[in-house]
Design a binder for this molecule. Structure first.
Ligand SMILES: [Zn+2]
Length: 262
């Protein structure tokens, strides 16, 4: 089966069997997950009722797991304006999350930049700049991008289990976020735990820029963090499916899948 999708008067063909999963799988009761702030890891136990523990390993007829996890801090997740604004939409209110026209770009963050950030930058802060993003997206013919997928370099496999409390991640300049919004991007997908600095004094300045419209009202944009995009998938055009459950929350674990298109 093939699916044909029309975008800006061009037809793109997708093979639904060739989806590329860029999420990090969540392991339970296991330390092998990324960590950001929270040093704990996703936990699982089994529902118990009338002295039966509903685990087939313990002789029950079926598994009924109960889980406890920190959505933002231990794996791939998608978040909305409700993460920072009381009146922002929940993840359950985000529509049109399939076959989103996207571009995957790879960027080696820079140690110094003249671009703006809302708190002072330290010598070892690594920045993804507007200029870097612009150089990768500006000549993209008539393929408008609704989602920008950012792979940071070097792209080490260790990102899957990285503890970001020891090694702080690269983040975007305010100018970069403003530029991304300006070109019409509604969804950011990135392999770092945040688009803001590890500790920006709780300001979450980039989140505030990306999650508001031009009148400062919370919008329906999303940010997906802690993905992993293997090197064999090259920079270029993709369609993105942002799979997540319909939680009445600011975020949910997610499973972004990308489809290569020419
Ligand atoms: Zn988050």
């Amino acid at each position: 089966m093939k699916i044909s999708i029309s975008h800006n008067n061009k037809i793109y063909t997708v093979n639904p069997k060739k989806g590329i999963d860029i999420s990090i799988s969540v392991k339970f009761n296991d330390n092998q997950n990324p960590k950001f702030y929270d040093e704990s890891y996703p936990k699982k136990e089994y529902y118990s009722y009338n002295n039966i523990e509903y685990s087939i390993g313990k002789g029950a007829g079926c598994n009924v797991p109960l889980i406890y996890m920190n959505i933002h801090c231990s794996g791939t997740h998608t978040e909305t304006a409700n993460h920072i604004f009381k009146n922002g939409p929940c993840i359950s209110e985000i529509k049109n999350i399939n076959y989103i026209p996207s571009k995957l770009i790879s960027i080696e963050p820079e140690f110094s930049s003249n671009e703006n950030y809302h708190v002072d930058l330290k010598k070892n802060d690594k920045i993804i700049t507007k200029e870097q993003i612009k150089s990768k997206v500006h000549h993209i013919d008539d393929f408008t991008i609704d989602a920008l997928i950012i792979r940071t370099l070097p792209n080490i496999k260790g990102k899957i289990t990285k503890n970001y409390n020891d090694n702080h991640h690269a983040f975007l300049s305010n100018d970069a976020i403003k530029y991304i919004k300006e070109i019409g991007v509604k969804h950011i997908v990135i392999d770092t735990p945040s688009i803001d600095k590890y500790n920006d004094d709780g300001k979450l300045g980039n989140h505030k820029i990306f999650f508001t419209d031009n009148k400062n009202i919370p919008n329906y944009n999303t940010i997906t963090e802690l993905v992993f995009i293997p090197d064999k998938y090259k920079d270029g055009k993709y369609l993105l499916n942002l799979g997540f459950p319909r939680f009445h929350l600011d975020a949910a674990p997610s499973r972004p899948i990308i489809y290569s298109i020419k």
